[in-house]
Write a protein that binds this ligand. Structure first.
Ligand SMILES: O=c1ccn([C@H]2C[C@H](O)[C@@H](COP(=O)(O)O)O2)c(=O)[nH]1
Ligand SMILES: [Zn+2]
Length: 182
């Protein structure tokens, strides 16, 4: 049998060669970081509002993540997850906010000039920490408490010092995480 390769064989070989161009539907950076914040929020035990935060440096490296929860070793089953007029039975006395946890979880890295992706616009207490560690840009999903004085105070401080705040509109509505995909 002849070993001669015909023009038709060449075409066949070309058609069967592996595809070398990149995927088109990969996650854009901002969706990736906001999705990381949302995934982190899934760890929260708060029955009403689960908040997640992700801090990213200028080279798009995640430097820290956090979610709202009680301090280390304060039991999720013993401390209250309710709102109450009785101060000691109100969760706000005990919860560490997602942004605060992300700032605290940073392994000692300098956060100057970083971006914070958060699922909820930060309150005034978180804003103080954000400013003090030098975070320069906040991207948030929800502003559901924006009309409350705490959140207006937050905006006032962030605006005064030039921390930019952008409500993020993801490029896709959802991301499916399928543990059986691979
Ligand atoms: O900047 C913020 C503001 C609030 N949180 C947390 C604190 C609470 O666990 C919930 C809010 O609970 P509601 O019942 O919706 O008032 O959100 C935060 O992590 N960061
Ligand atoms: Zn807060």
């Amino acid at each position: 049998m002849s070993e001669e390769v015909t023009a038709q064989d060449h075409n066949t070989v070309q058609q069967e060669s592996p595809v070398s161009h990149k995927r088109k539907d990969y996650l854009p950076w901002d969706d990736y970081f906001m999705a990381t914040a949302l995934l982190s929020a899934e760890r929260s035990k708060d029955p009403v509002t689960q908040v997640g935060a992700c801090i990213v440096d200028s080279q798009n490296r995640i430097v820290s993540i956090g979610y709202n929860g009680f301090p280390r070793n304060c039991s999720d089953d013993e401390f209250p997850w309710t709102k109450s007029k009785v101060f000691l039975e109100d969760k706000k006395m005990y919860v560490v906010h997602a942004e605060a946890n992300a700032i605290l979880n940073n392994n000692g890295l300098n956060l100057t000039g970083t971006r914070l992706y958060t699922t909820l616009f930060p309150c005034n207490e978180c804003a103080k920490l954000i400013i003090q560690v030098g975070i320069s840009h906040i991207l948030y999903l929800s502003d559901k408490y924006g009309a409350k004085p705490k959140y207006q105070a937050s905006r006032r401080m962030l605006d005064a010092v030039g921390v930019t705040c952008t409500q993020y509109r993801p490029q896709r509505n959802n991301i499916v995480i399928d543990f059986k995909k691979i």
